[in-house]
Each structure stands twice: as C-alpha cells, then as structure tokens.
Design a protein around this ligand. Structure first.
Ligand code: BGC
Length: 415
C-alpha cells in the first residue's frame, strides 16, 4: 500500500487529498472506438492523477456482448474486476447474485439522490442501495446524416420512415449508400426499436417493457417489422458483421448518407474533428421527435477484499459524479451528463437537443428505456428478441406476420 504523493506534494486534487492510500482499480469496459477511448481515458487520467493505478480491461465489441461473456468467466472464477461497465437490468442480475458492493456512503456524502434524475438513480440501485455510478445518458433514437450526400442526391433528410424508404433510390443513383449499417444483432435491434418507437411510446412500452402478448404479435408490430425489413434495400451488400463505428465512418466520409444509432456515434464525429450542423446533422430518428429512448452507461462495483482497492473503488465512484468529469467525459462520448444542473454552454447543438428531448419526453410520458441496450428488460428476454429480429432481417422467406408470431412466442417462453 503506498501513500499518495500527490497529496504530500500539494498538487491540487481534492479526491487524492481526501484519500489515505493509493490502490488499484481494474475496470472492465467495451469503450474501444475512437470517441469511446477518448472518453474513458478522461477517467483513467483522473484516477492516475489521484495516485491510483488504473488497470484497463477493455473487451472490444459494440453493445458489450463479448465484454459480458468475459466478465461472467472472471466472476465465476472468483476474480471479478473492481468495476465493470454494466447497465440497466443487468445491474439487478449481478446484485441478485451477490457480487456487488454498496456505494451508499459515497452516495450519501455526495448527495446523489438529489443530483440524479430518479429514472437514473433507480437503475443504479439494487435493493435500495447504490451499487453503480452513472457516467452519462445516451439517447438512442437518433439519425445521423451527411448533408453533402443529401445535396448531391437532391433529396431532403427524412422525417418519416416512408420518406426514408423513398429517398433510397435517389441516393443510390447518386452513388451513395443510403443507410450505413452493421449486420450485428444489437445494431439490428437498435434500428428495429427506433421504428417501433415511431408507433408511440405506449406501444413501445407495451411491447418491450410489459411484454404484452397481443401487442407483440399484433397488427402494429407486423407494420413495424414490414418497415424494418425495407431497411435492407437501403444498406450495402457488405454490412454483415460490420462494427457500428465503421458504419459511422461511412457517413463521415460521405460513402453513406445516414446511420440510425445512439449518440455514441457523435463521439466518432467529434473524434474526426467534425462539427454538427455543418459537417453532419443529428435529427431524431424518423417519427420520434420529442421522444427519447434512454441508455445509461454506468460502472457497477464488485466486492473487493483488499482495503486499498476498496478505497480506490470509492474514489472512482466519487470521481465519476464530479461535474468536471461528467462534462469532459460526455463531450467525448457524445452523450449528456447523468448529473443534473450542469452548465450547458460547453456542449454542442446535438447535446442541447438531447437535453431538451430528455426534459420534454419526461413531461410527455415519451421517455422510454432502450430494449436494444439493456434498459427495458432482462438479458434473457432481450436475447430472445435479438434472435427473432436478426433472423427475420436476414431471412429471405419469413413474413412479417410469422416474425411477429415468433417474437411473441419467444418472449413468452423466456419470461
Ligand atoms: C453503450 C455505449 C457504447 C455502445 C457501442 C452501447 O450499448 O451504452 O456506451 O458506446 O453500446 O459499443
């Protein structure tokens, strides 16, 4: 156990000076793209400046499926990291298994209950105790567009799914791929849930939160699935297995006109030095203005036995809630701070739109948890939905009616 030099040498770091000893934090995450790495480096740097040792445990793979597999094997072998990027209902599952430690002392001292919107703090608690700390709020229902591509094709950026389908041939005729997409289950689900959201927040909730059987196999779901399948005509032949950030780079360089993706995509535009409003445009996914599918990234804390590690873990939690961290991290990540009452000035127009949409949607009852990103339902139900959605998207001979029926049956079997 080493004593913090930063405190003795007087380098002004409040967290460091409040800490008696330096320790190691091992942090498992899947933030490996350009924008994501820039964001996580902010935290790493702050921890190192405070004298702690950051052991980076990055597992590549958008959406985090691979990271969760690795985490499970580490936990089962009795050697979990100090902190892991776990979200939404997965936090409850890890809490139930008894792996997570309480952060209540840090949360009470830092007044987290009054600093976080309830929709966020609820997710961070297991059995009434804080076990995770939120780094941000991502809005998932976005459309990212390259305005030059639209100009070249002489068409407008779509605001409805019908328009989206209509502009396809004109963009293609101008030599542009209409929709940049990566053929991975979570990316398919991200597009699918955006189309579902356009049918209304009530429909969305009934399907993905309440798992209402009639909604899952009903007419509206058939309509959603039919529109979803039409997206295939807008994407190129090489999309299979493509990473989301590679798809974003196709929009950045004008090879493709649009991408449906959460605002971690903005982190890629930012890392490429692009400016919203001129180099690229962010608009709500068609038909979902004033609606907000939320996806909150958080670090859940695993029980540690070594005192210095416990202290480092607490410092990490404290640091994440620090306003300066919330600002810098989110400027890089493309998301908005989880902490309320932050200065909006440093943020760009897309972040301002997101902040406004968060408030308006909360008032209107159109703030909904993202199914594709683990906020709406258990990982088991999510997995069942992923399978049906992806199989249908890739099948040449499955009707939308069949897919809706399969969806309802798969969800029922998993509940
Ligand atoms: C996470 C983001 C991440 C994205 C791509 C989402 O599920 O919440 O933090 O950037 O996946 O990996």
């Amino acid at each position: 156990m080493k004593t913090l030099k930063t405190c003795l040498s007087g380098i002004a770091l409040s967290v460091a000076c409040a800490t008696a000893s330096a320790g190691e934090v091992e942090v498992l995450h899947y933030w490996t793209s350009g924008g994501e790495a820039a964001a996580v480096n902010v935290l790493k740097q702050e921890m190192e400046d405070a004298g702690h040792t950051w052991t980076d445990f990055a597992v590549a793979g958008g959406g985090g499926e691979s990271a969760m597999t690795v985490l499970k094997s580490r936990a089962i072998s009795g050697n979990p990291p100090s902190a892991a990027q776990i979200k939404g209902l997965d936090i409850q599952e890890w809490g139930e298994l008894g792996f997570l430690t309480s952060l209540d002392d840090v949360a009470t001292a830092g007044n987290w209950d009054s600093l976080l919107p309830e929709v966020v703090s609820d997710v961070m608690k297991y059995d009434g105790h804080y076990v995770a700390v939120p780094v941000n709020v991502h809005r998932v229902n976005w459309l990212w567009a390259n305005p030059e591509a639209f100009k070249k094709a002489g068409v407008e950026i779509p605001t409805t799914w019908e328009q989206m389908i209509e502009v396809g041939p004109k963009l293609k005729a101008a030599g542009i791929i209409p929709l940049a997409h990566g053929g991975q289950a979570w990316q398919d689900a991200t597009t699918f849930e955006a189309i579902a959201l356009a049918e209304g927040a009530d429909f969305y909730r009934k399907a993905f939160v309440e798992h209402d059987d009639a909604t899952l196999k009903g007419e509206t779901m058939v309509k959603v699935l039919t529109t979803f399948k039409k997206m295939r005509d807008l994407i190129d032949a090489d999309s299979s297995g493509r990473d989301w950030n590679v798809a974003t780079s196709m929009v950045i360089n004008g090879q493709a006109a649009m991408q449906i993706m959460g605002d971690w995509a903005k982190g890629e535009f930012t890392a490429a030095g692009k400016t919203p409003g001129t180099d690229y445009v962010c608009v709500a996914a068609p038909g979902t203005a004033d609606m907000f599918t939320f996806n909150i990234d958080s670090l859940a804390m695993f029980t540690q036995s070594d005192d210095s590690r416990v202290q480092a873990q607490k410092d990490l939690a404290k640091m994440v809630m620090d306003p300066k961290f919330q600002e810098t991290f989110n400027l890089n990540k493309g998301s908005i701070p989880a902490r309320q009452g932050m200065d909006r000035t440093p943020f760009d127009s897309c972040a301002h739109d997101s902040m406004d949409a968060f408030t308006v949607s909360a008032e209107k009852g159109t703030l909904v948890p993202s199914m594709a990103h683990g906020m709406a339902t258990s990982s088991r139900v999510q997995g069942a939905i992923y399978d049906v959605v992806t199989n249908y998207f890739n099948a040449s001979d499955m009707s939308a009616e069949d897919a809706a029926d399969k969806l309802a049956r798969a969800v029922k079997a998993t509940l």
